[in-house]
Design a binder for this molecule. Structure first.
Ligand code: SAM
Length: 345
């Protein structure tokens, strides 16, 4: 049997919680299973380059994820690129759903998608054991949406995908919207209504300097404060208490208690101190921060024949070195070598 597909030994010693040198417990793994994407969102991709990095075999992702789970990861989110483009995604979810944490619990399994292929895949993904999906959607107006994705006819397709996911029980269904001043900030109020009408949680995300081109400026970021003020003018908001320390979104309901929105503010109100995440790129590199300047070649070690103990020790060491925080907006800030679509958002 090839080294890559060797089953993981069940004799690995139990490990204390995976912690970094800043005392943060890491329990959340994001895995990109392709950096291909069928959308060309204007704020993410230039449209001039396609996939840039290789993909691993499904079994290889599973072997690496199993090692992380053995070390204390309890939540796995599949992402990309567009993860639903990846052949075998349903089977991958099926295998992940069989994994157990050292405490014997199933994983919390989620997936982030642009929703374009979700209508037909929502049912099979739910049946395979997926718990939740997050759909990225940057406008509620079809024309604005399609001018962002640069795919004609995409809005009704995604809407059908969202409704199929809700019907399949992939809930609570979250819709993530990246706001850019002058592009789609006129959609804020429409999204607040959409959250209530479609029974979804809409989360606005501040735009980060992770695009392929050079679009980011502090001025283009629509901040948490501004979003709350603008929605509050027509639909007063009430802030909800956080459910856990590492929660990235500030949550709000409306004054009548119907519906929920969230705001993720990595730029204006960074939450690095409570970060519990680590990422695995489609080509098997560990990234300890979205803004890491270095990547850690876990897959390279697997290919070279490293055993599970050695790979585990490498993961533990790498996570120890997780960055204290990002430096967005500071003079010494350096954009990472990969953009969001190639890291795995
Ligand atoms: N294709 C999937 C999707 O559309 O959700 C997964 C990959 S996509 C890169 C993941 C998320 O990253 C999307 O919600 C997208 O809007 C967000 N994103 C991309 N570039 C971003 C940026 N510069 N700042 C903040 N979010 C960004």
């Amino acid at each position: 049997m090839a080294a890559a597909s060797r089953p993981v030994s069940s004799t690995l010693a139990p490990h204390p919680p995976l912690t970094d040198s800043h005392g943060r417990v890491i329990h959340d793994l994001r895995v990109s299973i392709t950096d291909r994407c069928n959308y060309k969102c204007v704020y993410c991709r230039t449209g001039e380059v396609g996939a840039q990095y290789p993909e691993l075999a499904g079994e290889e992702y599973l072997r690496l994820i199993r090692l992380f789970v053995g070390l204390g990861i309890t939540k796995v989110r599949l992402t990309g690129g567009e993860p639903l483009l990846r052949r075998g995604v349903v089977e991958l979810v099926e295998e992940l759903a069989r994994m157990r944490t050292p405490a014997g619990d199933p994983l919390d399994l989620a997936l982030t998608t642009n929703g374009h292929l979700l209508e037909s895949l929502a049912g099979p993904l739910k049946a395979a054991g997926l718990n939740r999906v997050t759909v990225s959607m940057d406008a509620v107006d079809a024309a604005v949406f399609e001018s962002i994705t640069r795919v004609p006819g995409s809005f009704p397709v995604v809407l059908k995908g969202i409704r199929a996911a809700r019907a399949a029980g992939l809930t609570p269904l979250k819709i993530n919207c990246v706001l850019l001043r002058g592009f789609n900030d006129d959609q804020i109020e429409g999204f607040a209504r959409f959250a209530r009408e479609e029974d979804v949680v809409v989360r606005f995300i501040e735009f980060m300097p992770l695009e392929e081109g050079r679009l980011w400026t502090p001025e283009i970021v629509v901040t948490l404060k501004e979003i709350v003020e603008r929605i509050g003018r027509s639909l007063p908001l009430v802030e909800l208490p956080p459910r856990e320390a590492s929660e990235t979104a500030r949550r709000y309901t409306f004054a009548d208690g119907v519906g929920e929105i969230g705001i993720i503010a990595p730029v204006s109100q960074a939450f690095c101190g409570a970060c519990s995440r680590v990422r695995l790129t489609s080509d098997g590199k560990i990234r300890t921060c979205l803004f890491s300047q270095v990547e850690h070649d876990l897959y390279g070690r697997l290919r070279a024949g490293a055993g599970d103990e050695e790979l585990r020790a490498y993961i533990v060491r790498t996570i120890q070195g997780k960055e204290a925080r990002h430096h967005i907006g500071e003079p010494e800030f350096l954009k990472p070598s990969r953009s969001m679509v190639h890291i795995g958002g």
